[in-house]
Design a protein around this ligand. Structure first.
Ligand SMILES: [Zn+2]
Ligand SMILES: [Zn+2]
Length: 132
């Protein structure tokens, strides 16, 4: 079981599944949404993702049509994003995960938009845009 929470602790969730891939997104929207150089994101099965507390705190922002970026309205932690036409999948922001886990499929996407001050030459695959 994967457990996580936002910075203020108001939003808590559990995921009864495995983290099978991690995309580290360097696109300009993710950089702004996280206030960071990139966003580590994993797809999770909505049916196995359970909000334990904080449903009333969740807010969403739509940076693109059809895509909600969901965050804690109290502390601002990004929790997940979701596409309107794919409700069965959420894309979890891994910075909020508390449970230690390992994942062998880690890759960088939208490297063409990477922050210019960041050296990003680790051994994971790098893609200019999405993974083909
Ligand atoms: Zn919070
Ligand atoms: Zn992105």
């Amino acid at each position: 079981m994967i457990e996580g929470s936002c910075l203020c602790g108001g939003v808590r969730y559990e995921y009864d599944g495995d983290i099978e891939e991690i995309s580290i997104c360097h696109c300009s929207q993710c950089r702004k949404a996280q206030g960071s150089a990139f966003a580590p994101v994993s797809p999770v099965d909505s049916a196995r993702f359970k909000l334990i507390s904080g449903a009333d705190l969740l807010k969403e922002f739509r940076s693109s049509p059809g895509k909600a970026r969901v965050f804690c309205g109290n502390c601002g932690s990004p929790i997940y994003s979701a596409l309107d036409d794919r409700p069965e999948v959420k894309r979890l922001r891994l910075g909020t995960v508390e449970t230690p886990f390992a994942c062998s499929d880690v890759f960088h996407i939208f490297c063409a938009s990477k922050a210019p001050w960041l050296d990003c030459d680790d051994t994971h695959p790098h893609f200019a845009e999405r993974r083909p």
